[in-house]
Design a protein around this ligand. Structure first.
Ligand SMILES: Cc1cc2nc3c(=O)[nH]c(=O)nc-3n(C[C@H](O)[C@H](O)[C@H](O)COP(=O)(O)OP(=O)(O)OC[C@H]3O[C@@H](n4cnc5c(N)ncnc54)[C@H](O)[C@@H]3O)c2cc1C
Length: 450
């Protein structure tokens, strides 16, 4: 198989473009051969749907092994909920085929899902993704029973908590640096219904947010909040808290395999600016009317995947693209740290409607470089406006480091090597498991690989 030279690859944030040698294996054996091919002076990296915002899924001037064609189901046991599939299979495909209501409405569901279903099993393992149910289920890696990993020395290793256990732990959240995931074994979750009962509640500030979050995490499986990132003074930290749980006996068919609509073109300028943002936020806050709350039972698509409705929404930020900032900070002073971050953001006048504030639970991940930690996570997008945006990101990074928090590699394109090393304390245990033939733009930037 010959690599196609130099196709321009864009990160999901569309602010990084890089040339690559691209390979597209169609069988696990072909993928394993690519993992083991002589290096020809270039490093390699497996990639899935390209939904990482920065350079974790890029390998400038190196090889990208596109794993999407490896999308076959291998087996599924309806009694135990154990799924085995190739690593290029998307979560959207798993939902479409397996998450179907039985006679009583109950069924099997993904144990953990990020805010988009257009990610592959390989990508979900390599970033150890988390979802709105982190306080209940932990991260994706907790539900991975095993996988096959092809290494550049020609071995395809079966890894699980009891077999090649160190490599298993290094690969969960291992950013694709330990080799090429060929197939994954996942424990699905039994749910009493495939529809969701969902509530939205308006809150006036961070104290109220933390009170609602503490109470909701006891009773609801999925929780997260939207925050008005421009609000300041007494209004700072106001927003809408969303919580949901499976509705027993209520069936819902899987959402469409592809987005319903597609953004046809990239606008010449970012559609997100301080004027449009202020107007959107004011309107969004008012959408719950005078009661300040809403309650409904319906499909899970609107609760878990609102952004998936429009394909290519990332083009809205115009030709310069955008950055996402996502940090996690420990629980002890989370309220004050989030307040400091929001103050900085509001003062800058930058931001977007896409803001998520969420509590992480205490369930540990088997992954050595897993991002979630007990505490609170804040994520938001910023249109890329050059130095002005980079200066803001650097101030937010400093606040996170000072609070002994960390940034999420899947979302990042700017953090320093020092920030990465201070945030991820198991790096020394991880390093020996890096496959010397594998690298990414991210791994070079933060000093994980040469
Ligand atoms: C709208 C949106 C919402 C999101 N919400 C969340 C969220 O709520 N929580 C969360 O955790 N993340 C979230 N993300 C990030 C996303 O879940 C991760 O970036 C995920 O890893 C992307 O999977 P992918 O298949 O696109 O992989 P890619 O982005 O293509 O690659 C991601 C990483 O996986 C590695 N990789 C991929 N396939 C393989 C393989 N077969 N073998 C070895 N390594 C491989 C790559 O090398 C890279 O390091 C979101 C992203 C978007 C666009």
């Amino acid at each position: 198989m010959t690599a196609i030279a130099s196709r321009g690859y864009l990160s999901w944030g569309r602010n990084l473009r890089a040339e690559h040698w691209v390979e597209r294996p169609s069988t696990p054996a072909a993928a394993a051969r690519l993992a083991a091919a002589p290096m020809a002076g270039r490093t390699r990296l497996g990639v899935g749907c390209g939904r990482s915002y920065g350079d974790a899924g890029l390998n400038p001037d190196g090889e990208l092994i596109e794993m999407r064609p490896l999308d076959r189901f291998i087996s599924f046991d309806r009694e135990t909920g154990i799924l085995e599939a190739e690593a290029g299979l998307r979560l959207a495909d798993i939902l479409a085929v397996l998450a179907r209501p039985e006679a009583d409405g109950a069924g099997w569901f993904l144990p953990v899902t990020p805010g988009t279903r257009y990610v592959t099993l390989g990508g979900a393992v390599a970033n150890d993704v988390h979802g709105k149910n982190h306080h209940r289920a932990g991260s994706f890696g907790r539900h991975v029973l095993g996988f096959d990993l092809a290494r550049s020395d020609g071995r395809a290793l079966a890894c699980s908590p009891s077999q090649n256990a160190e490599l298993f732990a290094a690969t969960i959240g291992g950013l694709g640096l330990t080799g090429l995931l060929l197939r994954v074994r996942l424990q699905l979750l039994r749910v009493p219904g495939l529809a969701m009962e969902a509530e939205d509640l308006r809150f006036g500030g961070l104290d109220e947010y933390f009170a609602i979050a503490a109470q909701s995490d006891e009773e609801w499986d999925y929780t997260a909040a939207w925050v008005d990132c421009l609000a300041d003074g007494d209004a700072m930290g106001r927003g809408i808290f969303s919580r949901a749980r499976p509705a027993p006996g209520q069936g819902a068919l899987p959402p469409s395999l592809e987005p319903r609509r597609n953004l046809p073109a990239t606008p010449p300028l970012s559609a997100v600016n301080s004027l449009s943002l202020r107007a959107f936020n004011a309107l969004y806050l008012r959408r719950l009317g005078s009661s300040g709350r809403s309650h409904r039972v319906g499909g899970y698509e609107g609760v878990l995947y609102p952004l998936d409705a429009v394909g290519g929404w990332n083009k809205l930020y115009g030709p310069r693209g955008f950055h996402q900032f996502q940090c996690a900070v420990p629980p002890s002073d989370a309220r004050d740290v989030v307040a400091a971050l929001l103050r900085e953001i509001s003062r800058s006048g930058q931001g977007s409607p896409l803001v998520v504030l969420k509590g992480f639970g205490n369930l540990p991940s088997p992954g050595l470089l897993s991002f979630p930690m007990p505490g609170t996570t804040l994520a938001l997008d910023f249109p890329a406006r050059g130095d002005e945006t980079l200066r803001l990101l650097s101030r937010l990074e400093a606040i996170t480091v000072e609070a002994q928090g960390r940034l999420y590699p899947a979302k990042d394109s700017v953090m320093s090597a020092d920030t990465f090393q201070r945030g991820y304390t198991k790096l020394d245990i991880f390093r020996p498991w890096i496959d010397p033939a594998f690298a990414s733009g991210f791994s070079r930037r933060v000093g994980l690989t040469p």
